[in-house]
Design a protein around this ligand. Structure first.
Ligand code: ATP
Ligand code: MG
Length: 426
């Protein structure tokens, strides 16, 4: 029988890598908490209809990339390819519009059937933030600043923020009339993918990565020139406020983003350190989505950060694990159960405690503690256990023996004194 393997485009995250993931997640959670943004968790599996309606049938994600199947009840189900549609559904379905201003975040796996390559997987992870009910330019600015600060806090370098305005529905339909005429004339010079988009999702052609198409597009009409005065004013305010915050930006009038629901502000943050899959964060305003999905007219803006790309970029100092505080060396019939009891007690002081379960000789266990670079060790043999006491000492090579102490199991005062002097207050 062939060995079993994971599916193409999926990845096992192993303990050594997860040290960095967990350190990154910890910083993310702290940042979100400080910005007073609340978590929401929606199912990974949803009705296919949600994404068709929410993201749009003409998008790459819906037309090519979804993991869709029939369940045993013949219902069409899809593994979520992104988070915004699910959050919008949950917002409507759970009556969350009764308090119309909501700052929400989610984090978890997303699924897209794409060609796997560096920074592109079929199961990947996103952190997303959605500000629902917020209409003012200030919410656009806060959300961009939040994404920017999160990336900066993680020590990510060579960041570029690109912004654009997609205007409102009217602006876009005015543009599309003129763009369609241009497409009719220039159709044959475009790459095949772009040609296929002409009838399905012409706006997305602007976002093409094909070099020749990009060149030809330079002569195409610009959506930006079709913005109404009101949309333009909004965009200028956004730029102005980013300048006040000293967040540098680049205007990219070809930035449209892949999903149908965006309006006005669209933005992406890329890093020069990433290579070809350079976009680490993408976001924008989606004022029509919630109404279109059957809810009340509710403006909203959000972004999503790709965690795999974030981890590739995050500083090496996030790659370090916490040192073990206490390694419990133990051997013997009475000692072993006693050691379990002690490990629970020591952990109640929020210490990282490693209990050796090998039953190996004391010298082997000492070696292991040394290798782990534990700050201190506890030693329990049958003699100590019978006396209901244990030996504790710092494991630093220089100070070995200095701070050794015998502590009775029941003496919390003595134990706390030692911990305070040697571990907790350091
Ligand atoms: P791309 O242009 O790279 O395909 P996208 O526009 O499809 O990105 P979004 O839907 O905006 O991506 O998702 C936000 C972020 O999620 C991206 O900027 C990226 O960091 C990450 N992401 C998207 N698809 C993948 C994937 N297949 N593998 C890993 N990360 C991804
Ligand atoms: Mg994509």
């Amino acid at each position: 029988m062939n060995n079993l393997k994971n599916l193409r485009g999926t990845v096992d995250l192993l303990p050594d890598q997860l040290i960095k993931w967990q350190n990154v997640e910890k910083i993310l959670l702290e940042q979100l908490f400080r910005a007073s943004i609340k978590e929401i968790r929606t199912p990974i599996l949803e009705m296919t209809e949600l994404f068709k309606r929410g993201i749009g049938e003409g998008t790459d994600v819906v037309s090519k990339e979804m993991y869709t199947f029939l369940d045993k009840g013949e219902r069409s189900c899809t593994l979520r390819p992104e988070g915004t549609a699910s959050v919008a559904r949950a917002f409507i379905q759970n009556g969350m519009s009764s308090s119309p201003l909501q700052k929400l975040w989610y984090m978890g796996p997303m699924f897209r059937y794409e060609r796997p390559q560096a920074g592109r997987q079929r199961q990947f992870h996103q952190l997303g933030v959605e500000f629902i009910g917020y209409e003012s330019v200030r919410s656009d600015v806060e959300i961009i600043a939040l994404a920017w600060d999160i990336l900066r806090k993680l020590g990510i370098k060579e960041l570029n923020l690109e912004i654009n305005s997609l205007g409102d529905f009217n602006d876009r339909s005015n543009f599309q009339k003129s763009f369609s005429k241009w497409l009719e004339i220039n159709k044959n010079s475009l790459d095949v993918d772009s040609q296929n988009r002409i009838n399905k999702n012409p706006l997305r052609i602007l976002d093409s990565k094909n070099i020749q198409t990009k060149k030809i597009l330079e002569s195409a009409p610009k959506l930006f020139n079709f913005l109404s005065e009101k949309s333009l004013e909004r965009y200028l305010k956004l730029k102005n406020q980013l300048e006040v915050l000293k967040i540098p930006y680049i205007e990219n009038f070809n930035l449209v983003r892949g999903l149908d629901y965006y309006s006005h502000t669209a933005f992406e943050i890329t890093s020069g350190a990433l290579g070809s899959q350079a976009t680490v964060c993408g976001g924008g305003r989606y004022d029509n989505l919630i109404k279109q999905m059957g809810g009340k007219d509710t403006p909203a803006i959000g972004f999503a950060i790709g965690l795999e790309r974030l981890i590739l970029l995050a500083g090496n100092d996030l790659d370090v694990s916490r040192r073990t505080d206490i390694y419990i060396v133990n051997q013997g019939l009475i000692a072993e159960p006693f050691a379990i009891d002690l490990s629970r007690k020591l952990r109640s002081y929020d210490l990282l405690v490693e209990l050796d379960l090998s039953g190996a000789s004391f010298s082997k266990q000492f070696k292991k503690a040394n290798k782990m670079n534990s700050k201190s060790i506890v030693v329990i043999g049958d003699k100590e256990a019978a006396n209901k006491e244990f030996v504790i000492r710092l494991f630093d090579k220089e100070s070995s023996g200095n701070k050794e102490e015998i502590i009775p199991f029941d003496s919390d005062i003595k134990l706390e004194q030692w911990l305070n002097n040697n571990l907790l207050l350091n």
